[in-house]
Design a protein around this ligand. Structure first.
Ligand code: HEC
Ligand code: HEC
Length: 499
């Protein structure tokens, strides 16, 4: 009996051992799996919540949630100027380049860098696994100026980033991505100087993040190849509607050039109910915000609407800065009467045509921008954003040019949508007497003619040569106020300083 029992229990015992082994293996694999997934999640996806002291900081350095689509590793981004100083020099805005004492790194592209910040306004650093760098609204919507060469630089939230040379910055990054030095062997020791890296980080950077970043930059470059076939943006501008037209809608290349200045975002609450964008493509600040965020990689998701609504609310009452020079009050008072009579209907707070589109035939300014976006383009864009569940983001085709309220006008130079007229004094001169070429992107104010210094050796050293004969750069039209007597023009100019 006992022998039989033994015989029967042997296979049972070995079955139990097998079962135990399989179970142990499964548990071990599961634990390993959990460890790998957790480490993977921690190293790649664990998202940190950003905290800011002030709403202003949040606007300038906050994330739009585009890390997974358009983020690049901050530890790689930050060392590139150090590894490629020759490329910084090649693509820098000349005067802001590395030869100027005190300037260097990303400053060379005319960015608004505040003391004590890790990066200039317009960049967010948010940990999603690793620190990922993305851009936000402030990149194009933060102004810098100085009242004289030895004065401090003033940074104005929501102002136009007129010194920011986006294309130069991109060209620098693209050139670096093709350079033989863009390797783990060259970059890792530099990264390790700034960031504590464990063994696993070292592997992740060497074998994944560095090659991936290099590839991502090259892909972005090929996406933007079309810009090389069109006149340069120069500092303070991009081609805001051709970008989504070619890159999001994948429309075939056409011959339009819609180069447009970065505008100011002050007091946007007063703009609700009227048209926005140079050619009136949007009807609400929310629609502009949502489509802009989408354009730079933010996809509709759980907090898309709240984040964009926060921006809309922040901009609603964002104050415009006051003119930092003297104003002749008596002249300004006389100028106000001229403004009310000749400009108020289109630019006054309650003007009947303020925030409406003025047909091209009437305003007569360069038609390029208004031709760059049609009702057809808008309908396709609306289908795309609609399919993604973005509500309230509808756009329409371009309609002439919008007469905006002239809030903070003194800081909006060069003037007109394409930035083709350097100063307000030139705006009040007949179109054929406005400068044909000048330099833009220098940050010293011209307190008399109102605008930025646009001629002379310093403007030439810092600035970009703007040629009004290039397609899209025309400086004609808008001859309102140009027939006034010199004295009346002086009065009007004095008033315009106070807006
Ligand atoms: C890469 C540069 C860039 C970024 C980033 C950017 N914008 Fe703009 N923005 C522009 C340009 C250029 C225009 C001018 C378009 C036009 O008027 O035709 C513009 C126009 C606007 C306008 C219309 C202003 C007016 O007077 O009609 C608003 C509002 C605006 N942007 C808000 C935002 C917000 C909010 C964000 C972030 C979610 C943002 N922008 C991100 C370049 C940028
Ligand atoms: C019929 C409507 C109309 C009248 C009247 C008018 N403007 Fe304009 N204004 C416009 C439009 C439209 C634009 C935008 C044109 C463009 O950017 O191509 C504009 C643009 C401007 C700009 C450039 C703003 C910027 O941000 O670059 C200034 C400055 C300006 N106007 C001043 C004046 C002054 C001063 C008067 C009165 C002497 C005046 N305007 C009268 C319609 C008008």
């Amino acid at each position: 009996m006992s022998g039989r029992k033994e015989e029967a229990s042997r296979p049972m015992a070995s079955a139990r051992t097998w079962f135990r082994r399989i179970l142990t293996t499964i548990i071990a694999l599961a634990v390993l799996g959990i460890v790998v997934v957790s480490v993977g999640w921690w190293k790649f996806l664990h998202a940190e919540h950003q905290v800011f002291d002030t709403p202003r900081d949040r606007f300038q350095y906050g994330s739009l949630g585009s890390e997974l689509v358009a983020g690049i590793p901050y530890p790689i981004f930050m060392i590139l100027p150090r590894v490629f100083p020759d490329l910084v020099e090649k693509y820098a805005m000349q005067g802001y380049g590395p030869k100027k004492p005190g300037w260097g790194g990303y400053d060379a592209f005319g960015l608004a860098w505040e003391q004590g910040q890790r990066l200039p306004a317009g960049f967010s650093i948010r940990r999603v696994g690793y620190d990922r760098l993305t851009i936000n609204c402030a990149l194009c919507h933060t102004a810098t100026y100085r009242v004289s060469p030895d004065a401090d630089r003033v940074i104005v939230t929501g102002g136009p980033a007129h010194t920011m040379a986006l294309r130069n910055l991109l060209d620098f990054l693209f050139a670096a991505s093709h350079d033989a030095r863009f390797t783990a062997a060259r970059l890792m020791p530099e990264i390790a100087l700034n960031v504590p890296l464990d063994w696993l980080d070292w592997q992740i950077y060497s074998f994944y993040l560095i090659p991936k970043t290099r590839l991502a930059l090259q892909l972005a470059e090929s996406e933007l190849k079309w810009t090389q076939t069109k006149p340069a943006w120069g500092p303070g501008r991009d081609d805001p509607f051709n970008l989504p037209k070619y890159n999001l809608l994948r429309e075939p290349l056409d011959d339009t050039v819609g180069n447009t200045d970065f505008p100011a975002l002050w007091q946007m609450g007063q703009r609700e109910g009227r048209l926005l964008h140079s050619s009136g493509e949007a009807k609400t600040v929310y629609a502009v915000t949502a489509t802009s965020a989408f354009g730079i990689g933010s996809l509709p998701g759980h907090d898309f609407r709240d984040r964009n609504q926060w921006i809309v609310d922040y901009l609603a009452n964002l104050p415009a800065p006051r003119f930092p020079g003297p104003v002749d009050a008596a002249r300004a008072a006389r100028g106000q009467a001229i403004f009310d009579a000749q400009c108020g209907s289109c630019h006054g707070a309650n003007g009947a045509r303020t925030g409406t589109s003025i047909p091209l035939e009437d305003v007569g300014t360069d038609p390029g921008r208004a031709r760059s976006w049609t009702d057809d383009n808008a309908a396709r864009m609306n289908r795309l954003t609609g399919a993604l569940g973005m509500t309230g983001a509808e756009l329409q085709g371009a309609r002439g040019y919008i007469a905006r309220p002239l809030t903070g006008l003194w800081l909006l130079g060069p003037y007109l949508h394409n930035g083709s007229v350097p100063t307000l004094a030139d705006m009040l001169s007949p179109p054929d007497r406005r400068p044909k070429t000048f330099y833009r992107g220098y940050d010293i104010l011209d307190l008399n003619s109102v605008g930025f210094v646009s001629t002379g050796t310093d403007a030439e050293a810092y600035g970009y040569r703007y040629d009004t004969t290039q397609t899209g750069n025309g400086n004609g039209g808008h001859s309102y106020g140009t027939a006034l007597s010199p004295d009346d023009r002086r009065d009007l100019l004095e008033y315009l300083k106070t807006l």
